[in-house]
Design a protein around this ligand. Structure first.
Ligand SMILES: C[S@@+](CC[C@H](N)C(=O)[O-])C[C@H]1O[C@@H](n2cnc3c(N)ncnc32)[C@H](O)[C@@H]1O
Length: 190
């Protein structure tokens, strides 16, 4: 989906991914202590549920989405929860996001952008990461048959595309650690 389509989805409420509760996969990874560090960048934060979940765990969070309406809702949710998050509006592939961050997280962005602007996404990852950054991406799982659902990614495809990110290919052991965690999305188009 492109920016306009996402904007329309938020306007009409056609946002099946927006469950209002933190992603179970993210919670599992956090509970397992797999995301060390202090700072998080969330790409495509939507209405901020997962950004808030990170912040509740003590991370300093920057979160970006190109749909202004979604970010407005995210800011309101964080304000009500008394949580400070640096929410930004814009296309993550084209803006200065600061950093580098210890953790980069996206739920439902890589799996959509990879067919349209993979290069832009990987270049952005290089700009916002340092050696040791963990990138956690939650994507539709090609192994889980779904009639209607998010775009799906195979493990091979993920490894090939993330391997094209110079930071991750420079060092498999201590460079950017990328994790394709699949089935993080409830069925619905994205
Ligand atoms: C499938 S939705 C998931 C939203 C949120 N991560 C969640 O789990 O509720 C993907 C989100 O990424 C945003 N997005 C996609 N590409 C983006 C980009 N290049 N820059 C900023 N936001 C983007 C969309 O506007 C949308 O809110």
């Amino acid at each position: 989906m492109a920016g306009r389509e996402f904007e329309k989805s938020y306007q009409t409420g056609d946002t099946p991914w927006d469950s209002g509760v933190p992603s179970a996969e993210l919670v599992r990874v956090l509970n397992a202590g797999l995301l060390p560090g202090k700072t998080v960048l969330e790409i495509g934060c939507g209405t901020g549920t997962n950004a808030i979940a990170f912040a509740r765990r003590g991370y300093r969070v920057t979160a970006v989405d190109y749909v202004e309406l979604a970010v407005r809702r995210a800011r309101e949710k964080a304000r009500k929860a008394g949580i400070e998050i640096d929410f930004r509006v814009g296309d993550a592939t084209r803006m200065d996001l600061g950093g580098p961050y210890d953790v980069v997280f996206d739920r439902g962005v890589y799996h959509g952008i990879r067919t349209g602007n993979l290069q832009g996404f990987l270049k952005m990852l290089e700009r916002v990461t340092h050696k040791g950054t963990r990138w956690l991406t939650l994507a539709g799982n090609a192994k889980e048959p779904m009639v209607i659902g998010p775009p799906v990614v195979t493990e091979d495809e993920f490894r090939t595309s993330s391997g094209r990110c110079s930071r991750s290919s420079r060092s498999a052991s201590s460079g950017l650690r990328s994790t394709a965690k699949t089935s993080g999305l409830s069925p619905g188009p994205s």
